[in-house]
Design a protein around this ligand. Structure first.
Ligand code: FAD
Length: 472
């Protein structure tokens, strides 16, 4: 366990903080709750950094170290076997990494005074810890719709749900699908179901799809989905489903329509009940409040991944970014901290990318001007379209880039891309955000060029040039 000193943060919250180089007793037992991205990254890193450490992981389900991100592609059929989504087998953790991994074990209580967790597996028992990581993830929001319990109505957040959707498609051969929610899960599953030959209706209560990606991306993706035959119902609030044993109709506004299968993807909520009862503070987003090292307000209790808040790279404020890299990275840093070397989990810019049929869309940082104003910036933005390759090179397609900056400082605040190729260029924008660059600094970046890959002026540089002109 780390020797600790008290540290007063600007929030006024006093927390315990590790003192580098002053290790009293080495942590004996590191207990991890949750066996996926954040949890297994932490367990693996801690054990590698300190082989003497006892690392115990409790996972309530049977799947560990699985790629939830790949589930839409399993439903689509691009990934043949659901087991292919597992990155590391449980036996590898147990036998090669010497991690005491216990699936089918749910942690139901934390006693921070006694430093024990209560676990329910085949039996109920208490497990002492020196350090504890809460990596319980998030759960798909289940809206209070009528008929959510009908057969054929699904959410898609864990592997069992992905397997159940796949079985239903095979066994029941549905012809018409209702996808509820136009976020990235809704868009990905709409593509998967359409590719399997279903007529897909996508219902979204907001005026555009992929709301965190901004209006330009949302509208471009909506047009593309329509071109691909998806029936879009924007500004349409679903109220429920009806049927006999299985779903037959979806209800929205004053209407209803056929639906032989429904997938509801209306967001996620962090799994915080376990820690809230133990006195762990939640932050303004409703996820677990953490410091730069992933520490909660309780001594020796860390949190990471979809259950926890992170620090926003642009605003510096707590934010909830339920994405895979945020979870893996925070877990890894906490594993290292617990082992011997205090390591910051790092800020997040909310960088995200999604495939929608033949289009890619990506976003990072602040894109919404209203949100930027709330964070104290004076935002200005540009949107440009430019060829993703040299214009004369075969099959060159257009890439649309939006960049947002602060008028007063010229600091880059965020950006989005949408197009048929090259949207991974969002990483250039994300790097500029992490380096707190101004638009003119981004404009002067030396980016690679050859005709098959880019015009001489990469579209991101072109957008920065145009935005720079607006700032002058
Ligand atoms: P989880 O993966 O949710 O794991 C938490 C684990 O804790 C679960 O296995 C759960 O069973 C276990 N658990 C919970 N409570 C307890 C308890 N009390 N006791 C024991 N075990 C417990 N992110 C991206 O960056 N890119 C993508 O393309 C992308 N696509 C996605 C597509 C889908 C369909 C979904 C659902 C998610 C996608 N994500 C994507 C998000 C990404 O999968 C998550 O951010 C990531 O899995 C979070 O990891 P985590 O370890 O925090 O939580």
């Amino acid at each position: 366990m780390f020797t600790q000193r008290r540290h007063q943060y600007c929030t006024g919250r006093e927390i315990l903080f590790p003192v580098v180089g002053q290790l009293a007793d080495m942590s004996d037992t590191f207990v991890v709750v949750g066996g996926d991205a954040a949890g297994m990254s932490a367990a693996s890193k801690a054990k590698r950094a300190d082989p003497e450490l006892d690392v115990v992981v409790f996972e309530k389900g049977e799947w560990v170290s699985y790629a939830a991100c790949g589930m839409p592609y399993y439903v689509k059929g691009d990934v043949e076997d659901i087991d292919d989504l597992v990155a590391v087998e449980p036996e590898t953790f147990r036998e090669e990494r010497d991690i005491d991994l216990r699936t089918g074990h749910e942690v139901v209580d934390i006693d921070p005074d006694e430093r024990v967790v209560t676990v329910v597996g085949e039996e109920r028992f208490e497990q002492p810890y020196d350090d504890l990581l809460v990596a319980t993830g998030a759960t798909a929001v289940v809206p209070p719709f009528d008929g959510m319990d009908l057969d054929g109505v699904f959410t898609l957040h864990d592997m069992d749900e992905a397997a159940a959707i796949e079985s239903y498609l095979d066994d029941e051969a549905p012809e018409t699908a209702a996808v509820v929610g136009g976020g990235y899960v809704g868009v990905e599953i709409a593509e998967a179901l359409a590719d399997r030959g279903l007529t897909v209706h996508l219902y979204e209560m907001l005026p555009s799809l992929l709301q965190p990606f901004g209006e330009t991306v949302g509208e471009t993706v909506a047009d593309h989905l329509r071109d691909q035959g998806v029936r879009l119902h924007l500004e349409t609030a679903v109220s429920g489903f009806a049927g006999g044993d299985t779903v037959e109709r979806v209800h929205f506004e004053d209407e209803d329509a056929p639906a032989d299968i429904a997938v509801v993807g209306v967001g996620v909520a962090p799994n915080v009940d376990l820690v809230a009862d133990a006195g762990v503070e939640l932050g303004p987003t409703g996820a677990i409040a953490t410091d730069e090292y992933g520490r909660t307000n309780l001594d020796g209790v860390f949190a990471a991944g979809d259950a926890a808040e992170a620090r926003h790279a642009v605003t510096g404020e707590p934010t909830h970014v339920p994405l895979a890299l945020t979870a893996n990275r925070a877990g890894r840093a906490i594993g290292q901290t617990v082992a011997d070397e205090p390591t910051e989990v790092g800020p997040t810019a909310g960088t995200a990318i999604v495939k929608a049929f033949d289009l890619g869309a990506a976003r990072t940082g602040l894109i919404d001007e209203e949100r930027a104003r709330e964070a104290g910036f004076d935002p200005v933005s540009v949107t440009i379209s430019a060829p993703a390759r040299a214009h004369y090179y075969p099959d060159a397609t257009e890439l649309t880039v939006t960049l947002l900056a602060d008028v007063e400082t010229g600091r880059l605040l965020g950006g989005s891309l949408v197009g048929r190729e090259g949207v991974k260029r969002i990483d250039t924008v994300a790097m500029a955000l992490h380096a707190e660059q101004t638009v003119s600094e981004l404009q002067n970046a030396d980016l690679a060029y050859a005709p098959p890959f880019s015009p001489v002026w990469d579209p991101v540089l072109t957008a920065a040039k145009v935005l720079s002109g607006k700032l002058d």
